[in-house]
Design a protein around this ligand. Sequence first.
Ligand code: NAP
Length: 465
Amino acid sequence: MTTSNNLSRLSGGNLRFLSVPRLMLIGDRWVGAASGDTMPVFDPSSGREFARVPSAGVADVDAAVAAAKRAFETGPWRSLQPADRERLLWRLADLIECNAGDLAQLEALDNGKAVTVASGVDVPLTIRHLRYMAGFATKIHGRTIATSVPYMPGAEFFSYTVREPIGVVGQIIPWNMPLMFSAWKLGAALAAGCTVVLKPASNTPLTALRLGELILEAGFPPGVVNLITGPGGVVGERLARHPDIDKIAFTGSTEVGRKLGRICGDEIKPISLELGGKSPSIVLADARMEQTIPGVISGIFANSGQVCAAGSRLYVQRPLYEPLIAALNDAVQTLKLGPGLDPETFVGPLVSAEQKKIVCDYIASGVAEGARLVTGGGVDGEGYYVKPTILADAKQHMRVVREEIFGPVLTVAPFDDVDEAIALANDNEMGLAASVYSQDVSKIHRIVPRIRAGTVWVNCHNVYD
Ligand code: NAP
């Protein structure tokens, strides 16, 4: 694996961005942590540090929350018309579009993902999401309610609901699609008129900070968006506990989501949670191989498997079981593993040394518990590379089947009839997504409602609008 030229591919814009220490956005000022502490950012393709960002503490969070509260209560933001908020979000989306190439590259460098994925998926979905949410700013409606007050028979009342911004929102996002998750969080909150303190993941803080520059350039008033970098256990928990944070929006692991849910329960504070997944794919014997193979491959190996809805558990009807494993193995050998900035790369390195170790430990545990390693495993040397991995003959009790791995690891198991497949698919505590591969429309319509998942794709996986 040659990684030495990853940084040499950087654009002029990104070289400039990385040539100065990156700071946090509080109000309209770029600041370091009050303590002066910083933390490193590593290139996943080499494991080498290439930037540093502030490592915020409680005092920095408090300053950011105060700026957001001021902006919500007294700043010009509050008096903007909904159409003005819409226009600002559109302008931000336009600025992201103008800087799409640089942002895709920065994301690929920071996260390790293939730059083709960043430019083909992350950045366009970011732009479209902001434009989609921009439209909601002018379409926030309340209701009128006919009242019947039993103890005042002659009286007439006029009752209505008004949807108001909740206030200051604390937003905490993961590292797998950082720019896109920034947009998912910011778009709705800003369209609604909230102000925000957003904390990106410590592994991938850079595109959020670049986005902060574009937010100011778009003309959002100071303090409407504040960006804080620092350890989740400090920054994230302070956001959840802060009395002036009116709501938490979190995307990340189930474990941290549970913890934040408990804190917000104590604080009686609303929280929205987008958590982990262990999504099944069911392949019936009549499935078309030319649809199934690319669907399964992109379902689990796109973004190096670091997708919450990744199709990580594959159940195949017995007549197709060995032929599909052989075909998937052949397909996997054609996927190019390499540095994210190499345009030929399909599978980039994982985000961190820690994530590589977690994934390699899972693969070892699968083999130790009796799964058959068809292909894959960790790559020795610099960089956080794990080859696309297929573990066949996986059993439901194995950790690789029960727990989210969040890496390029596919477990495969056979089934005989549809009832068995549905039972296997539903036998997991996480119900994020699923997919079914078949040409039989009647069977598909009977299977889909029985799968306990938020999204069920048919003859594809990981398709996002
Ligand atoms: P994570 O460890 O839960 O971290 C997510 C965010 O929470 C990071 O910003 C992290 O900060 C912060 N954090 C960590 N500990 C915290 C604490 N005690 N209190 C408050 N915040 C804390 O998850 P991850 O490893 O970044 O991301 C992978 C997970 O996200 C997977 O489980 C994946 O399925 C899930 N995910 C879900 C969706 C969805 O839409 N359902 C989408 C994408 C990812 P630091 O980085 O500083 O630790």
